[in-house]
Design a protein around this ligand. Structure first.
Ligand code: GDP
Length: 478
């Protein structure tokens, strides 16, 4: 469950200001309606000495709607779209096709720079696309609890149908509550079977509108350009219903979608503005980095003076490279920006410390042996549904006098960054994969987070290991 600052205060029976102050001292500027991320909750619970169990580390990547909706000066803003789907289903091709088909009026040169996001115009209305396919970028933002995507376009190749990553995206979309439009891609192929795909999607709760459901399925071909207009029209219709708003006159708040260190320019970050207007000359803080905006360069390679809500540009002038997903905020002075950045440095150090004390599987085994551990949490991923159920049932039956197993999440599909996050955010938790393996980037994240990933291809080996742990056989006796 998402928890807001004021809800946390209520749960602790503490004044809201106490919570806000602790967060502020750690460099997190939050208001009572902001959602707490898992890291904040962890730190707050240490600070106030309470036990907090994170049941469902839900994502906070929607905008802070309440605050903006209550703002009488808020006006309509363009939607921000993320395209996701299974590998090779055409995410990159679709992003290219949209970019090529639609060039903002008056931009003769088209979109010349790949900066991580771009804005197009459809019938005089702007739409911004996050220009990095896959959900790595999305996950980074979730990890930081930032919210930038208004609508998810799920691409499914009509000749291939629903695949593991498609299911993952469906899960993500459901969890986050972000509205979905399905792009049925590769419709130019003779082997395209749109109805078969609709059936598969419907099985997973994505019911097509023409079957009486509420999800739009748009047939497209990234190759021929067929259906692109239709897709864009549907995005605008969906955005209309969402009544997306921002106040151009508010202090600017933007989200980093890409960043790098560039020769001659120093640290640069591509941002999408969430609220307010970002201007050249503004003092900003962005995570632990800060600075004064020296230049804003848009996707057409043009220097601009200011950036309106939902629009994107590369920002130069920061003292360090901020991570993607980080929030950039305008500050009233250089001094304020610097102070805030310093606090963030402290916060990050604190966070790192709390991560490095996370237990590894070996630690847990000895904790079991020493009788310190009462419940071992498990996140389980398998290749097929059958093995999932079999393993889950067996695990639930495993227990000894002191320890029981608690499967906190189980799913079919590859081991993802989200699984690692979940384990990393839970005490005494292990990540088990059956006939599935983590990719390189997932492994890297696991290493960074001190998360042990155990993979198996034989059920009894998996159960043996866990049984071994439970009986303390794998650990030296103390
Ligand atoms: P991604 O992994 O989802 O980004 O997929 P890509 O955009 O890289 O596309 C994977 C492959 O499918 C490439 O060889 C594309 O040329 C091809 N492809 C993408 N869209 C279409 C389409 O609409 N029709 C056909 N025939 N091929 C496509």
């Amino acid at each position: 469950e998402d928890i807001r600052v004021y809800e946390f205060a209520e749960a602790l029976n503490r004044p809201i200001s106490d919570i806000i102050k602790v967060l502020f001292d750690l460099g997190m500027m939050m208001t009572k309606n902001d959602f707490l991320g898992n890291d904040e909750i962890e730190i707050l619970s240490e600070e106030f000495d309470v036990e907090v169990t994170i049941i469902d580390p839900k994502d906070e990547f929607t905008h802070n709607e309440e605050d903006i909706e209550e703002d009488p000066d808020a006006t309509e803003r363009a939607p921000v779209i993320t395209i996701m789907g299974h590998v090779d289903h055409g995410k990159t091709s679709l992003l290219d096709a949209i970019r090529e088909a639609k060039v903002t009026d008056g931009e003769a040169g088209g979109i010349t720079q790949h900066i991580g996001a771009y804005t197009i115009e459809q019938n005089g209305k702007a739409i911004t696309f996050i220009d990095t396919p896959g959900h790595a970028a999305f996950s980074h933002m979730r990890q930081r609890g930032t919210a930038i995507t208004d609508i998810i376009v799920i691409v499914v190749a009509a000749d291939d149908g629903v695949k593991p990553q498609t299911l993952e995206v469906i899960k993500l979309a459901k969890e986050s509550g972000v509205p979905v439009i399905v792009a049925l891609n590769k419709m130019d192929k003779e082997t395209a079977q749109p109805d078969m795909v609709k059936g598969q999607m419907a099985e997973h709760g994505m019911n097509p509108v023409d079957w009486g459901g509420d999800i739009e399925f748009i047939p497209v071909s990234a190759k021929s350009g067929m259906g692109i207009d239709d897709l864009l029209e549907n995005i605008l219709i969906t955005a209309d219903v969402l009544e997306l708003k921002a106040n151009e006159n508010a202090l600017a708040k933007a989200v980093v979608v890409e960043s790098s260190l560039e020769k001659g320019r120093g640290p640069v970050a591509t941002v999408i503005v969430q609220n307010g207007t970002l201007k050249v000359g503004d003092y900003v803080v962005c995570g632990a980095s800060y600075g004064r905006i020296k230049a804003l360069v848009n996707e057409h390679g043009k220097q601009i003076k200011f950036l309106l809500p939902s629009h994107t540009a590369v920002v130069a002038g920061l003292n360090e490279v901020p991570a993607s997903g980080e929030i950039m905020m305008t500050m009233s002075s250089d001094k304020e920006a610097k102070e805030y950045a310093l606090k963030r440095h402290e916060y990050d150090r604190h966070k790192e410390l709390s991560h490095s004390t996370k237990s590894t599987l070996e630690d847990m085994t000895s904790m079991i042996a020493e009788g310190k551990l009462k419940s071992l949490k498990v996140v389980l991923k398998t290749d097929v549904h059958g093995s999932l159920e079999a393993i889950r049932t067996s695990l639930n039956e495993l227990r000894n006098d002191e320890v029981k197993i608690n499967v906190i999440s189980a799913g079919v599909g590859g081991i993802t960054e989200n699984d690692v996050e979940l384990v990393s955010n839970s005490e005494n938790c292990v990540l088990l994969g059956f006939n599935v393996r983590p990719t390189g980037s997932v492994k890297a994240l696991a290493k960074q987070r001190n998360v042990d990933i155990r993979t198996y291809s034989i059920i009894y080996k998996l159960l043996d290991d866990i049984t071994g742990m439970l009986t303390g056989m794998m650990a030296p006796k103390f």
